[in-house]
Design a protein around this ligand. Structure first.
Ligand code: PMP
Length: 340
């Protein structure tokens, strides 16, 4: 269901009341940082699992540190606030959760220090962000912002202007998504996704020092590849033309999930079809994120509803089988809704 409430500065407020002034520092100067977190509805368990919630909040606190924002919450408190928000909204479908920490002063003057910090969380229904059946990517003429300009390892709102330039250029030139290079000309990442290549059977991804956001999905992929496929990922510098000769490429991120790339700059990747490693990892990812793999559930999936609530719903669902169209979000593999 659409959100009834948002969280804002210590309170749950109705969507209509959770507003900011047009004079807000974070709005004028992009002095804010945020997270994008997915919740996956598991019909069988009658449960909404928030994927890697803890790691997202740990990253948010790291972004806050870089941006000199102090939040009055611990990671555990942020987790509880988020569960409570989704429960209040009674959301029983796939959701996207967006916490934002921002400089809230209504004043003119650009800086980071001696400003007031505010914090909000929104939770809303969400389908696919980009196509996950085979993308055609273009290498962007826009370079990825450098660590010494706006640090990419912090998820800072202002730096998404860089992503927006690359994404619009890609779409307006007929591609589905952009691949950005660093100032030195090495592969960095997509507009809002990390990138993996398969080269001579090895999984390869740009190192942490290539101006990437250190993605939580990237980390999930590295872990799943190691544990499930016995493949170690090499984190290294990648040349542009390695994109053209890779056997497989895929993008990954909370929004993108696992999105295979079948062409780059009009060149087919491998045989131009989704490769076996990409499709296996994609399947695994969806299983794990939706809480269908018990061995990962305790580690990575935070349930929103209590056991008692979930069991009660389960019994109700058995007594009154739901109309699938009303209760299921569009199937992740079929929908190609682009929401950016
Ligand atoms: N890079 C950028 C620039 C992003 O915006 C995102 C999405 N948050 C990612 C990578 C992937 O990060 P994650 O897997 O943590 O969502």
């Amino acid at each position: 269901m659409d959100a009834k409430d948002f969280f804002m500065n210590g309170e749950f407020l109705s969507v209509e009341r959770a507003v900011i002034s047009i004079r807000t520092h974070g709005f004028a100067y992009g002095t804010a940082c945020f997270e994008g977190i997915r919740g996956y509805w598991n019909e069988q368990d009658q449960q909404l699992y928030l994927f890697r919630l803890r790691e997202h909040y740990e990253r948010l606190l790291r972004s806050c540190k870089i941006l000199q924002i102090s939040l009055p919450y611990t990671v555990d408190q942020l987790i509880e606030i988020t569960r409570e928000l989704v429960r209040r909204n009674d959301q029983r479908q796939d959701v996207y959760i967006r916490p934002v920490a921002y400089k809230a002063d209504e004043m003119i003057g650009v800086r980071l220090h001696n400003l007031t910090d505010h914090f909000t969380i929104t939770a809303e229904p969400f389908g696919n962000y980009i196509d996950i059946t085979g993308l055609h990517c273009g290498v962007s003429s826009w370079r990825r912002i450098d660590d010494n300009a706006i640090p990419a390892r912090a998820k800072i709102t202002g730096s998404y202007v860089n992503s927006a330039f690359a994404k619009s250029e890609a779409l307006q030139n007929g591609f589905d998504e952009a691949i950005m290079l660093t100032h030195e000309g090495h592969v960095s990442e997509g507009s809002a996704e990390n990138i993996f290549l398969v080269i001579n059977g090895d999984l390869v991804t740009p190192a942490a020092t290539e101006n990437i956001l250190l993605g939580i999905t990237r980390d999930t992929v590295i872990e799943l590849a190691r544990r499930e496929l016995g493949r170690i990922t090499r984190e290294r510098q990648i040349d542009r033309t390695e994109l053209y000769i890779a056997e497989e490429i895929f993008l990954c991120g909370t929004g993108a999930q696992i999105a295979p790339v079948v062409r780059v700059d009009h060149r087919s990747i491998g045989d131009g079809k989704v490769g076996p490693i990409s499709s296996t990892l994609q399947e695994l990812y969806f299983e794990v994120a939706r809480g269908r793999r018990p061995e990962y559930r305790a580690q990575w999936c935070t349930p929103v509803y209590t056991q008692a609530e979930a069991h009660q719903r389960e019994r109700q669902a058995l007594d009154h089988p739901p109309d699938a169209r009303l209760h299921h979000p569009p199937d992740a593999r079929q929908s190609s809704e682009v929401l950016d």
